[in-house]
Design a protein around this ligand. Structure first.
Ligand code: SF4
Length: 755
C-alpha cells in the first residue's frame, strides 16, 4: 500500500499520493465527527491545511492543492503568459496544454487540420515552445479534445485536477474530481499558490436498476438536467451512488460528468468501481487500477452514512432516451413525447444535420453503438438522410475505430469524419447547407446547444441526444421519429424497425494509439526560446505591473459609472475578441464596451474628465494612463458576474485603473482584480452609489494602513460643492494586501523568489 505508483505513463515526476490524501481525510473526519461523501474525501485529501481549514459546505472557502492542471489552447495563452511574467523556472505542478479549440470544421479531418495549423501557427508555436520551456506536456493539433485526452492518459481515481475549460468534469468518469476554472486559477496552481474553492454542497444522485435498449448514459444526465434546470447544480458537486452505477462503462460515466456542467455543477463524480478498473486496464494503466483497489474502501468511496445536501433518484430500468433543446440543454423531452412536443412548438421537423462525437460522446462504445445502428440501416439499403458528421474525441479513438471498421461504416453511410477537435461544438464550423437566418433543426451528441453556438445562426434549433439517437434521426431525417416504436421504409418500400444499438465498451483488440501527437518537455530546457513575434496581433508578452507607490490615491476621475448589471461579458466581451486572448493590449480595446454609462445611458461613450471629450471607454482609459492619471470605476450589485475570465481584471490594470468601487462583487471577479493588483472596494453605505456623479473625482484614503476588516475612506469631490466622505469596505486578507502592495500576486511571488 505504500509503494510508489506514477500518475500516468507519460511523466516520471508525479506519483499518486493516496497515503497523504487518506491522512488528511482522517484528520478532517475526526475534526468534523461525521462520515464523509466521496467528493468530500477527494477535496479534503487535497487541503493545504487539513488541521486549520474551516469547513462548512456552502460557506467556507477551501484552500486546495490540486494534482495537476489541463489547459485548452484558447485559454492556455493568457494563463501561460501570466505564468511567464512571474519569472519562475518551471510549473510547480504537472500541466498539459491541448490544441483542440482553434480547428475549424470545413471539409473533413485532414484538410481542416492542415488549414488550422497554418492559420494558428503563431499560437501553436508559442504554446509548443512555452510548454517545452516551462516543463509542461503539449498535445499538438490533431491529438484530440482535452477531456478525452485527460481521460485516456491522466485521470485516476481520487485525484483533484483543475482545467481551464468548463467540461473538465468529464474526468469524474474515472473517479476524479475535475473542476473547470479560469486562467487565473490555473496560474495559481502553476505557481504553487494554494487554489481557493468555496466548499461545495453535495448533491447525491442515486441510480437504481439497469439501462436497456436505446437508453444510454447520456440519457441519465439529459433527464437530470430536466429535473434540476441549468442552475440546479450551482455551487454543488454531483456525486453518483446506488447499485445502478455498476451497470455501465467508465466512458459512459465520463459523459454524465461532462454534462454536469450544463446544470451549473462545480463538478460531478462516480466512486471507484469495476468499470474504472477495466478502463484503466484497457488504457495501459493496470498498475494504477491495482493500487487504487487498495484504497477503494477507505478513500475512493463514500463513508457509510455519508449525508448529501439533497438526493435525486433515477430508475434506470424505466429511463427512456431524451432529446434536450432547442436553445437550452435543460429543456428535456423523452423520446416518447418528442413528436407531439415538436409539432406543438412548431420546431422545424426536418433534421438537417446529425453530429456525433465531441468530448462528450466519442468513446469506443459510443462509436460502436452508433455504427451498429448505421449497419442495421445499411442492411435495409438506407443511408443518412441528413448531413452526418463524426468528430472523434482523440487520435486514439480515431485510429481504433479506423482499424475496427466503424469509421468506414460511417463514411459509407454518407458521413464526414472531422478532425479530432472541438469543431462544430464550439462554432468552429463553416456550415454551407443553410444561410444565416434559415430556421432549421440539427441534432448532436454534444453537450451545449445555446443559441448560435454551433453554426452562428440564431435560427438553428439545436438539440442534444445520445450518439445512437442522433444517428437514428440522421437515418430518418425527421425529428418526429421514435426508433423505439416507429418503422422506416427500406429501399424496396417495405417497413422495418431499427434494432436497438449494440456495442462493446472497450475494444477487444485494445486501443490503437494512432499517430504520436504528444510533445514531452525536453530534458534540457535551457536552450528553448519561447516564440512570440513582436509583430503578432494575437500574442504579446506581459510586463509586470508597477508596484503601489505607497501613497493614498487622490483626485482620480471616474472612468465610468456603470448602470445596472455589469457582467464579465460587459467588461470584456467574447465573440470576435476571443482571437486576442493572448494579446493584452489588443483585447483591452474591449474594456467595458458593453457597460452602460450612467451619465448618458450609452454604451462605450464616456467623457474625459479634463478635456470634456466623449470617446470609447478603452480609449479614454488609455488616455488617462498615458497622462499618468489613475482612474476608478463605479459599479452596482454583483459586479463581474458571469465567467471567471481573467481578462476582465487584467484589462483595467493594463489601462491604468486603480480601484473598482461597487455595491457588491461576484466573488471570482473580485479575487481576479486583487490578483492583478487592483483595489476592489465596496460602498459600506450603498446609498453613496446614487450620490456619486460621473463628473466627481475621488480620493481613497487610509491605504497606508490597509488591513483586513478595516474600512477605507472615499472622499468625493463634486465638480461644484463641498467634498464628502463615505466608508469603503473590502475583503482583502493579509496575503492579498501584499499582492496589492507588490502590484500583483505574481509580482509578490517573483519578489519572494528574488528574496
Ligand atoms: Fe468544449 Fe465542445 Fe470542445 Fe468539448 S468538444 S471541450 S464541449 S468545445
Amino acid at each position: 500500500r505504500d509503494s510508489k505508483v506514477f500518475q500516468n505513463l507519460l511523466e516520471n515526476h508525479s506519483f499518486i499520493n493516496y497515503k497523504e490524501n487518506i491522512d488528511f481525510v482522517n484528520i478532517v473526519r475526526e475534526r468534523l465527527g461525521r462520515p464523509l461523501t466521496y467528493a468530500e474525501k477527494i477535496l479534503y485529501g487535497h487541503l493545504d491545511d487539513p488541521h486549520g481549514q474551516e469547513i462548512e459546505r456552502g460557506i467556507s472557502y477551501l484552500k486546495l492543492r490540486p494534482d495537476r492542471v489541463a489547459c485548452q489552447d484558447a485559454t492556455a495563452q493568457m494563463a501561460i503568459l501570466q505564468f511567464m511574467s512571474a519569472g519562475l523556472p518551471e510549473v510547480a505542478r504537472p500541466v498539459t496544454v491541448h490544441c483542440d479549440h482553434l480547428i475549424q470544421a470545413q471539409v473533413g479531418g485532414e484538410k481542416d487540420l492542415k488549414r488550422a495549423i497554418d492559420i494558428n501557427k503563431e499560437v501553436y508555436d508559442f504554446l509548443s515552445t512555452a510548454t517545452a520551456k516551462y516543463n509542461m506536456g503539449f498535445w499538438k493539433p490533431g491529438s484530440g479534445i482535452i477531456h478525452q485526452i485527460v481521460l485516456e492518459n491522466y485521470a485516476f481515481p481520487g485525484a483533484l485536477i483543475i482545467g481551464t475549460d468548463s467540461h473538465t468534469p468529464n474526468a469524474g468518469g474515472l473517479g476524479q474530481l475535475a473542476i473547470g476554472v479560469g486562467g487565473a486559477d490555473a496560474v495559481d496552481v502553476m505557481s504553487n499558490l494554494a487554489w481557493e474553492l468555496k466548499a461545495p454542497k453535495i448533491m447525491g444522485v442515486k441510480l437504481t436498476g439497469r439501462m436497456n435498449g436505446w437508453t444510454s448514459p447520456k440519457d441519465i444526465i439529459l433527464k437530470l438536467a430536466g429535473i434540476t434546470t441549468v442552475k440546479g447544480g450551482t455551487g454543488k458537486i454531483v456525486e453518483y451512488f446506488g447499485e445502478g452505477i455498476d451497470t455501465f462503462s467508465a466512458t459512459g460515466m465520463g459523459t454524465i460528468c461532462n454534462m454536469g456542467a450544463e446544470i451549473g455543477a462545480t463538478t460531478s463524480v462516480f466512486p471507484y468501481n469495476q468499470s474504472m478498473v477495466d478502463y484503466l486496464d484497457a488504457t495501459g494503466r493496470g498498475k494504477i487500477a491495482e493500487f487504487a483497489k487498495l484504497y477503494q474502501k477507505d478513500l475512493l468511496s463514500a463513508d457509510e452514512g455519508a449525508e448529501y445536501d439533497e438526493v435525486i433518484e433515477i430508475d434506470l430500468n424505466t429511463l427512456e432516451p431524451y432529446v434536450n433543446g432547442p436553445f437550452t440543454p435543460d429543456l428535456a423531452t423523452p423520446i416518447s413525447k418528442l413528436k407531439d412536443v415538436a409539432v406543438e412548438n412548431n420546431w422545424p421537423l426536418e433534421v438537417k444535420v446529425g453530429l456525433i462525437g465531441s468530448c462528450t460522446n466519442s468513446s469506443y462504445e459510443d462509436m460502436s453503438r452508433a455504427a451498429s445502428v448505421v449497419k442495421d440501416a445499411a442492411t435495409h439499403g438506407l443511408k443518412s438522410k441528413s448531413i452526418f458528421t463524426v468528430t472523434p474525441g482523440s487520435e486514439q479513438i480515431r485510429a481504433t475505430i479506423a482499424r475496427d471498421g466503424q469509421l468506414e461504416t460511417f463514411t459509407e453511410f454518407g458521413g464526414t469524419v472531422l478532425a479530432n477537435a472541438c469543431g462544430p461544438c464550439i462554432g468552429q464550423w463553416d456550415r454551407q447547407d443553410i444561410k444565416k437566418g434559415d430556421k432549421n433543426t440539427i441534432v448532436s451528441s454534444f453537450n451545449r446547444n445555446f443559441t448560435a453556438r454551433n453554426d452562428g445562426n440564431p435560427d438553428t434549433h439545436s438539440f442534444v441526444a445520445s450518439p445512437e439517437i442522433t444517428t437514428a434521426f440522421a437515418i430518418a431525417g425527421d425529428l418526429r421519429f421514435n426508433p423505439l416504436t416507429d418503422s422506416l421504409k427500406d429501399k424496396n418500400g417495405n417497413e422495418f424497425k431499427l434494432k436497438p444499438p449494440t456495442g462493446v465498451g472497450l475494444p477487444v483488440k485494445g486501443y490503437d494509439p494512432g499517430e504520436n501527437t504528444y510533445q514531452a518537455p525536453p530534458a534540457d530546457r535551457s536552450s528553448v526560446t519561447v516564440q512570440v513575434s513582436p509583430e503578432s496581433d494575437r500574442l504579446q508578452l506581459l510586463k509586470p505591473f508597477k508596484a503601489w507607490d505607497g501613497k493614498d490615491a487622490l483626485d482620480m476621475p471616474i472612468l465610468i459609472k456603470s448602470l445596472g448589471k455589469t457582467t464579465t461579458d460587459h467588461i470584456s466581451m467574447a465573440g470576435p475578441w476571443l482571437k486576442y486572448r493572448g494579446h493584452l493590449q489588443n483585447i483591452s480595446n474591449n474594456y467595458m464596451i458593453g457597460a452602460i454609462n450612467a451619465e448618458n445611458k450609452k454604451a462605450n461613450c464616456v467623457k474625459h474628465h479634463y478635456t470634456g471629450e466623449y470617446d470609447g471607454v478603452p480609449n479614454t482609459a488609455a488616455k488617462y494612463r498615458d497622462e499618468g492619471i489613475k482612474w476608478v470605476v463605479i459599479g452596482g450589485e454583483n459586479f463581474g458576474e458571469g465567467s471567471s475570465r481573467e481578462h476582465a481584471a487584467l484589462e483595467p490594470r493594463y489601462l491604468g485603473g486603480f480601484a473598482i468601487i461597487t455595491k457588491s462583487f461576484a466573488r471570482i471577479h473580485e479575487t481576479n482584480l486583487k490578483k492583478q493588483g487592483l483595489l476592489p472596494l465596496n460602498f459600506a453605505e450603498p446609498a453613496a452609489y446614487d450620490r456619486i456623479n460621473p463628473d466627481d473625482t475621488i480620493d481613497i484614503l487610509g491605504l497606508t494602513t490597509l488591513a483586513p476588516g478595516k474600512n477605507l475612506t472615499m472622499r468625493v469631490h463634486p465638480k461644484d460643492g463641498a467634498a464628502w466622505d463615505t466608508p469603503l469596505s473590502h475583503t482583502f486578507n493579509a496575503e492579498q494586501i501584499e499582492w496589492f502592495k507588490a502590484g500583483s500576486a505574481l509580482n509578490k511571488l517573483a519578489n519572494a523568489k528574488k528574496g
